[in-house]
Design a protein around this ligand. Structure first.
Ligand code: NAD
Ligand code: LMR
Length: 331
């Protein structure tokens, strides 16, 4: 019998004492990211005032007796938090309140991501993958990435997966099918009210969505708006921003980076544009992505009609505006 032990993966979560952290950590520790044979160490980064609350979360993690949880490091020091990280999930930041757009958070949250990017470059493992969840996540990811030029651009992801999951459920409900029947759903652009959930290239049971849902007024109107404004609707209803669904999407995002994409399908991630589909280079832009598990590509060759092209233009403009607003934080 082999006694070889698998080396634990180091998984850093910032904002670990927050709402999303409270859903995320327990899923990570139970094996949702790397499966049932891969132990992990959780590296939990918080600001000093939240360390007491984090202690309570750690007591609960201990009380779960997760067999895969090989260790927990709680810290408010950036380099300790990111030390040896194979995965860094940047959640810690302030969520918006009712009536705000996510980009209104840039002046509050943007500054968090410059030193975190620098610390990731100094201290993370050479294979680190970074997922930015904290809003506005595309531009926060751009800030962190630009301050870590040593970490290849393709290792940085902004989370548009929650929007993909939301869009798939809306389409499935409308078509009266199971959500698993909806595939090829790309979120183009920003995780914001300008994002474009691309229904025309999406499929239901392998058929283009507009062939199955023939109500084009619904597709171009209520469907898009529901997905764009879902985060605000949850804040309105709950008095707090989405948390369990965000944690779920964060795990989905990384699972789709570390595993091959199903044949013919794609998934949604905000990645550093190399100019694909005419998007200015360097923006952290939501695209359809296909992964081999080791590397990934932006799915080439999709077409857009005038309506879609205009939506993509609008979300690109918004991201350009956000980039201009944080120029002093970029390297
Ligand atoms: P929360 O307020 O419950 O928790 C945030 C935590 O971050 C707090 O514990 C706080 O102490 C910590 N924090 C603040 N500044 C920090 C720093 N510099 N370093 C480390 N930790 C820090 O908020 P939440 O509901 O968990 O949401 C977190 C973020 O995720 C918000 O910006 C929210 O808008 C965003 N979000 C994004 C998506 C998405 O789809 N991309 C979805 C949901 C929420
Ligand atoms: C979401 O989409 O639920 C999050 O980005 C939180 C928010 O502010 O909408």
């Amino acid at each position: 019998m082999s006694t070889t032990k698998t080396t634990p993966k180091q998984v850093t979560v910032t904002g670990a004492a927050g709402q999303i952290g409270y859903s995320l950590l327990f899923r990570l520790a139970s094996g949702a990211l790397f499966g049932p044979d891969q132990p992990i160490v959780l590296r939990l980064l918080e600001i000093e005032p939240a360390m007491k609350a984090l202690e309570g979360v750690i007591m609960e993690l201990d009380d779960c007796a997760f067999p895969l949880l090989a260790g927990i490091e709680a810290t408010s020091d950036l380099d300790t938090g990111f030390s040896g990280a194979n995965v860094a999930m940047l959640v810690g930041s302030v969520p918006r309140k009712a009536g705000m757009e996510r980009k209104d958070l840039l002046s509050i949250n943007g500054g968090i991501f410059k030193p975190q990017g620098q610390a990731i470059a100094r201290s993370a493992a050479s294979d680190v993958r970074v997922l930015v969840v904290g809003n506005p996540c595309n531009t926060n990811c751009l800030i962190a990435r630009s301050n870590a030029p040593e970490v290849p651009a393709e290792r940085w992801f902004a989370m548009t997966r929650l929007d993909e999951n939301r869009a798939k459920t809306q389409l499935a409900k409308r078509a009266g099918v199971e959500v698993a029947a909806v595939s090829n759903l790309a979120i183009w652009g920003n995780h914001s009210a300008t994002q474009f959930p691309d229904f025309a290239n999406a499929r239901i049971e392998g058929r283009p969505v507009p062939e199955v849902i023939t109500d084009s007024a619904w597709l171009t109107g209520a469907f898009i708006e529901t997905v764009q404004k879902r985060g605000a609707a949850i804040i309105e209803a709950r008095g707090l921003s989405s948390a369990a669904s965000a944690a779920n999407a964060a795990i989905d995002s990384l699972v789709s980076v570390f595993n091959p994409t199903a044949e013919g399908d794609w998934t949604s991630l905000g990645v550093a544009s190399k100019g694909e589909y005419g998007v200015p280079e360097g923006l952290q832009f939501g695209y359809p992505i296909r992964s081999t598990g080791d590397s990934w590509e932006v799915v080439p060759g999709l077409t857009h009609d005038e309506f879609a092209a205009e939506r993509i233009r609008l979300t690109t403009e918004e991201l350009l505006g956000e980039r201009a607003d944080v120029a002093e934080l970029l390297n």
